[in-house]
Design a protein around this ligand. Structure first.
Ligand SMILES: Nc1ncnc2c1ncn2[C@@H]1O[C@H](COP(=O)(O)OP(=O)(O)OP(=O)(O)O)[C@@H](O)[C@H]1O
Ligand SMILES: [Mg+2]
Length: 314
């Protein structure tokens, strides 16, 4: 379970505005990938292009032999059944209560009876910690609860590919920790291919198998978590370590004066690479790699203190 998504040379424009150019990456089947990038770099547009809601100007999105960037509406409808999506704004139907919102894809795409639907809906509501809130309208709950309801809805069809846009915006740190653990546990359980867009650096550092960074109209880097967390490439190091020093400024790119003012300042040393979260039942996930393996295989010395917590656990 879990299918590969292969993105090739993807370019998206709105009118004359290039959002990103020539993006190529593969979301490995059954693995968790995180996409990072400053606000406005087109992460949400990327997600919508991967599911075929937006058409790219160039390039391909291959899923099980179909190029969903260039296929028929009929093929797209079929392929979409593989997806579960949590949009950035939750995209709930405002006039339906949470129960009906979460049940919607089941009523639309399956022939399940209402009692079977009830079972699935209540299971997913419990999974995201919303038991008891079934009869609330989206307008009556907090932003964080809406996110979790959106996640429950994204899960009801047991997707092979889960696209999740900023699950943690509007969530408090404790709930963010719970939802991060939930992603790891879900990935172990359903083995789907995950793509999570987030601004939360802690999530990016501890949850995914792979990390990508969109910056300045292109994909700056995409690869295994340890590759990005040990990278000294200025844009990558600045973003993943939430630093002010580096090429990224308040309006995306710093101008020459700002960069000149920083010329004597060194980038701070990279912090230790933390261990990746593991499933709470102790069973390894399919995509799980041994801590430090990528660094060892590639002759990279990780920052001092990396994977320390893991060693102290064993
Ligand atoms: N349907 C659209 N028509 C025209 N322009 C759009 C459309 N959707 C998005 N854009 C533009 O594309 C750019 C990228 O938007 P997007 O929402 O993907 O950014 P983002 O990286 O998700 O940002 P954030 O982190 O704030 O969510 C923005 O400049 C936005 O105005
Ligand atoms: Mg967005």
């Amino acid at each position: 379970m879990g299918v590969e998504v292969r993105v090739e040379g993807l370019t998206k424009k709105f009118g004359s505005q290039v959002i990103w150019n020539d993006v190529s990456l593969t979301l490995p089947a059954g693995e968790i990938s995180v996409m990072l990038g400053p606000s406005g770099t087109g992460k949400s547009v990327f997600l919508k292009t991967v599911i075929g809601l937006l058409k790219p100007d160039k390039g391909h999105v291959w899923i099980e032999g179909t190029d969903i960037a260039n296929c028929s509406e009929k093929d797209l409808y079929e392929i979409r059944k593989l997806f579960g999506v949590l949009f950035q704004d939750g995209a709930m139907f405002g006039s339906m209560d949470l129960y009906d919102n979460v049940a919607f894809p089941l009523r639309e795409h399956t022939k399940k009876s209402e009692s079977e639907i009830r079972q699935v809906v209540m299971d997913k509501m419990e999974l995201v910690g919303l038991t008891g809130a079934e009869n609330k309208l989206p307008g009556e709950i907090s932003g964080g609860m809406r996110k979790r309801a959106g996640l429950a809805r994204a899960l009801v069809l047991d997707p092979e590919i889960l696209l999740i846009d900023e699950p943690d915006s509007g969530l408090d740190p404790v709930r963010t920790a719970y939802i991060n653990q939930l992603f790891i546990d879900l990935n172990a359980q359903i083995d789907a291919t995950f793509l999570i867009v987030t601004h939360d650096i802690n999530t990016a550092r501890t949850v995914p198998d792979n990390i990508g960074l969109l910056y300045h109209k292109h994909l700056a880097m995409f690869g295994p978590r340890e590759m990005l967390l040990s990278s000294t490439e200025p844009v990558v190091a600045q973003f993943l370590n939430a630093q002010r020093v580096g090429p990224i400024g308040m309006s995306e790119e710093k101008d020459a004066d700002e960069l000149a003012a920083e010329s004597g300042i060194d980038m701070p040393p990279l912090p230790p690479i933390p261990v990746q979260l593991e499933p709470s039942d102790g069973r390894p996930r399919r995509g799980q790699r041994e801590p430090g393996k990528w660094c060892r295989d590639n002759g990279i010395t990780p920052p001092p203190g990396s994977f320390g917590a893991h060693e102290s656990l064993v």
